[in-house]
Write a protein that binds this ligand. Structure first.
Ligand SMILES: [Zn+2]
Length: 141
């Protein structure tokens, strides 16, 4: 900024919008700030607020390993009306756990612990992990 312009700005006492305020601030006498004080404009190291949290499915979060003998757990991923295994858009499971659950359900059905077309009546009043009518992820059907 030229000296003439500074003099003009000081006389007028106003700062036009298109001038940066940082330059104008140097004209006014301010108290010197140290980097440690609250008034300093030094960047502060903080956690990135825009970083997305890693999403874990319910089995990964609770560290549950499905087993073919745990019929109560496996039956929660089965429809009580048709015996169909719910898809990932309904259960919200990750691919690895979904494949594991599916494999364990087939193993359990072949062993005779679980029904193929029905769910055991003992487990009908178990709390539901998800609502099949309102899927967690949208799907194209
Ligand atoms: Zn998972």
């Amino acid at each position: 900024m030229s000296n003439i312009l500074k003099i003009v700005l000081n006389r007028a006492g106003i700062v036009p919008r298109h001038f940066s305020t940082a330059v104008a601030a140097t004209n006014t006498a301010t108290t010197p700030t140290t980097p440690g004080s609250d008034l300093s404009d030094e960047p502060v190291n903080i956690r990135n607020p825009y970083k997305q949290e890693r999403k874990l499915c319910i089995l990964c979060r609770m560290k549950i390993h499905p087993d073919y003998k745990n019929v109560r757990l496996l039956s929660q991923f089965q429809s009580p009306y048709t015996g169909r295994i719910y898809g990932r858009h309904i259960t919200g499971l990750c691919k690895a756990k979904h494949d594991l659950v599916q494999r364990e359900i087939f193993k359990s059905q072949n062993s005779g612990f679980m029904g193929t077309y029905t769910k055991s009546v003992d487990f009908t009043h178990d709390p539901r992990l998800f609502d099949p009518e309102r899927p967690m992820r949208p799907h194209k059907y």
